[in-house]
Design a binder for this molecule. Structure first.
Ligand code: HEM
Length: 455
């Protein structure tokens, strides 16, 4: 329980005597949090064990001390709250994380530019100008893109399994009511089945690749993990790929859905993006719009694609659109940490097991740090940093900062530019949909037609 030396625990709404604040929170999550922020300030209690933080410096403090004072490993419906087990998992993950970084750094990410564009073209052309559910289409793109990044030609079947697992995870992210994992609820069975299928498939791919003749290793993330020194056991390679596939799929798809939301409402901006993509600076990747070309069966190699500082760096407006979208609609709008030990949170103190919820969404819209905070204005990113560093954290911060941020920025920048270059984006409901504050923040039910430009 959080306590302040002189004033006791952080203030917060008392809520209903039986259900606490859960019903009010579930009825309107962000409205409830805004009201609490206004009434109680940057740190407030939600219940005896949960504290919300809206202060950028305190948020960074918590994120930076993850691994020491805080853990992040507790599963969404794990009621055992075994802090020792979470700490052991974190230690194992950190060494796998270090081994993964060379395969996800800027240079490695840049090598995937060509494939990113090919896969986006294939998915968009597959829609054939029909009206589609945007989140579903963007997931189809990100699932194929991240599976291809991990496994190249061996990725077959993985996007479908990712889709199943995301669907099975949804009931847990949609509700704050928790049930023990051992209860034989259909949603638990569905989740464990989908997770097992994915793990079995990944294990098979890793074993097959490990057994392949030396020198036959494709330049994908799996190849980079299998080349790590000292060698990683197969189970660690598999669980690492599992984390990368999950992290690299749903979150970027939510971000792209928000990009499309903005593009659908701003034909003028789409025109500017198109000019940028068609301009001489964008280079060969975006210069020749393709027609539904089938994807090549083998992955492109790192040597045949542009170097790290190329494409995205030459699309400053597309990159600014992505940054501004991630500011206004950070898909990971809430990050959770659990106090591992008794520790401090600014003036307050936390007991082991206390949860701290960090709210990127409200920090990104706070008028103390941002001018015109609710306005979508990509140009604020074209002339330097528009707010103090800690006030922008779409990828988190500290030792658990997003492992795929370099890849994500490139994929999203290229996808934004490419969509604007090849299509008129039309949406029948862009002006009526609203953000859904569930697991991943995105406009709910957005539909759009990507009408190919006749040229
Ligand atoms: C718009 C795109 C993305 C956003 C906004 C995003 C955001 C985030 C955030 C905020 C975290 C930290 C969560 C926390 O501290 O609790 C995170 C972690 C992570 N992300 Fe991303 N992410 C994106 C794309 C990706 C991609 C493309 C990949 C894979 C290549 C990826 C892989 C991961 C992994 C593996 C972690 C866990 C890192 C750890 O716990 O050490 N993410 N992401």
């Amino acid at each position: 329980m959080a306590r302040r030396e002189t004033l006791g625990r952080p203030p917060g709404p008392r809520g209903h005597w039986l259900t606490g604040n859960t019903r009010a929170y579930e009825a309107d999550r962000i409205g409830f949090l805004r009201r609490c922020h206004r009434e109680y300030g940057d740190v407030f209690s939600y219940d005896e064990q949960t504290v919300f933080v809206i202060d950028p410096d305190l948020t960074h403090d918590v994120l930076t001390r993850t691994g020491h004072s805080f853990v992040t490993e507790l599963a969404p419906f794990d009621m055992r709250r075994d802090l020792d087990e979470a700490t052991a998992q974190a230690t194992a993950w950190m060494s796998a994380r270090r081994a993964t970084w060379p395969g996800l750094n800027r240079a490695a990410s840049a090598a995937a530019d060509g494939r990113t564009v090919e896969i986006l073209d294939a998915v968009a052309d597959g829609g054939a100008g029909r009206e589609v559910d945007v989140l579903t289409s963007m997931r189809a793109f990100t699932a194929r893109a991240i599976a291809d990044y991990c496994f190249g030609a061996d990725a077959l079947g993985v996007p479908g399994l990712l889709h199943d697992l995301i669907r099975a995870t949804r009931p847990f992210t949609e509700s704050s009511y928790e049930f023990p994992a051992w209860l034989p609820l259909p949603r638990h069975r569905h989740f464990f089945r989908a997770a097992r299928h994915l793990t079995e498939t990944l294990t098979g791919i890793v074993r097959k690749r490990r057994a392949a003749p030396a020198g036959d290793t494709p330049e994908d993330l799996l190849g980079s993990l299998l080349a790590a020194e000292p060698a990683l056991p197969d189970e660690i390679v598999t669980s690492t790929l599992h984390s990368v596939l999950m992290g690299g799929h749903g979150v970027p798809a939510a971000a792209l859905t928000s990009v499309v939301w903005e593009l659908a409402r701003r034909p003028g901006l789409v025109g500017e993006l198109r000019d940028e993509a068609d301009g001489p600076a964008s280079g060969p990747l975006l210069s020749a719009p393709s027609t539904a070309a089938p994807l090549p069966s083998a992955p492109s190699t790192a040597t045949s694609l542009p170097s790290a500082s190329s494409t995205a760096a030459r699309l400053p407006l597309a990159e600014a659109v992505v940054r501004e979208t991630l500011r206004l609609y950070p898909p990971a709008w809430l990050m959770t940490r659990t106090a591992r030990t008794a520790t401090r949170l600014g003036d307050w103190s936390l007991a082991p097991g206390d949860d701290v919820l960090l709210n990127a969404y409200l920090i990104h819209r706070d008028p103390r740090w941002w001018q015109r905070p609710d306005e979508f204005d990509p140009t604020r990113w074209l002339s330097g940093r528009p707010a103090p560093g800690p006030a922008y954290l779409p990828f988190g911060a500290g030792p658990r900062v997003c492992l795929g941020s370099a890849l994500a920025m490139r994929q999203l920048t290229l996808a934004t530019s490419r969509l604007a270059q090849r299509f008129a984006v039309e949406s029948p409901n862009a002006s009526s949909v609203a953000l859904e504050f569930m697991g991943r923040l995105a406009p709910a039910g957005l539909r759009a037609r990507f009408a190919p430009l006749g040229r």
